[in-house]
Design a protein around this ligand. Structure first.
Ligand SMILES: C[S@@+](CC[C@H](N)C(=O)[O-])C[C@H]1O[C@@H](n2cnc3c(N)ncnc32)[C@H](O)[C@@H]1O
Length: 279
């Protein structure tokens, strides 16, 4: 049997039946479908946890998780979710909001935005910069949610390496970000006033949702459905659209589609959908 070498512990390779345990667990708890191709990714990411516990094989690690260790279960979820994101990712969504949506809004109740699957917060803070700049009042708020606790902690911190600022317009960088000094050299911090408009909560899109989430004017569900199968996507989109006000917008990732998933919203541009106003 091949082994992953380590300075202190020699790790056994993950067996097919052990990989299947993680496959099932991630599908049941998160809704993510992992193909066989993800075997080495799973092995690579979980190896750190085996080492952390001084274990040399995946069977022992599975035993540990199954013994009711919920913190370790959450750790597995954190390790096996992909959190890639960036500021002003998919610029066309921001352009559409600036030119079509924001000028026509701001007359009624506060504008509420949900960054569902917010990852480390770049999406929510980019929206916040846009709304702070362009919205006619400060009656707007953003809720970011994600399943990964580690990534939510990062989002709440709002501290990013300077290289992450690449796509932030220079004017926004000046107005809404503070350059780190001393131990935060090479980093920037989201300005407190802007950050106070954004709240991050833990939420499993495929689990139970709190009953007091309220309705939203704009929901972003970007670059997360790619990890779900068709049935999971259909159920999720049906549920998420119940939280969208009639006349509100729904945005998905540019490489995603609602074809075969939902007909309840009308496409206004690729990856941008409108929930028809009530008749
Ligand atoms: C690739 S990131 C996308 C981030 C951002 N929306 C964007 O487009 O840049 C996907 C995020 O979805 C989260 N995620 C995956 N499954 C989830 C679930 N069932 N419930 C909530 N968040 C989930 C992951 O933790 C990850 O942070």
């Amino acid at each position: 049997m091949s082994a992953v070498a380590n300075k202190s512990v020699m790790l056994e390779s993950i067996r097919d039946e052990e990989f299947a345990v993680f496959q099932e667990m991630i599908y049941e708890q998160v809704g993510i479908s992992m193909s066989e191709k993800k075997k080495s990714l799973v092995e690579g990411r979980l190896a750190k946890r085996l080492r952390h516990h001084g274990l040399s094989d995946y069977a022992s690690y599975i035993k540990l998780i199954k013994s009711g260790n919920s913190a370790e279960r959450q750790m597995v979820i954190d390790m096996l979710t992909t959190n890639e994101t960036s500021f002003f990712r998919e610029q066309r969504h921001f352009d559409f909001l600036a030119s079509e949506v924001i000028p026509a809004s701001g007359h009624g109740s506060p504008y509420r935005i949900w960054s569902a699957a917010s990852s480390s917060g770049e999406e929510a803070y980019s929206m916040a910069m846009l709304f702070a700049d362009k919205y006619r009042s400060d009656r707007w708020e953003i809720i970011g949610t994600d399943i990964s606790q580690q990534i939510l902690a990062k989002a709440r911190k709002g501290l990013y390496p300077m290289r992450a600022a690449e796509k932030i317009p220079p004017d926004y960088l000046n107005r809404f970000c503070l350059k780190g000094v001393r131990e935060q050299e090479g980093m920037f911090q989201i300005d407190k006033k802007l950050a106070s408009k954004v709240t991050f909560n833990s939420l499993n899109l495929n689990g139970q949702w709190p009953s007091n989430m309220g309705m939203f004017d704009l929901i972003l569900l970007r670059n997360v459905m790619i990890y779900f199968d068709q049935k999971t996507k259909q159920k999720l989109v049906e549920k998420i659209l119940q939280q969208l006000r009639p006349g509100g917008y729904f945005m998905i990732g540019h490489s995603e589609t609602l074809n075969g998933v939902s007909t309840a919203v009308k496409m206004v541009k690729p990856s941008i959908y409108l929930k028809p106003a009530a008749p």
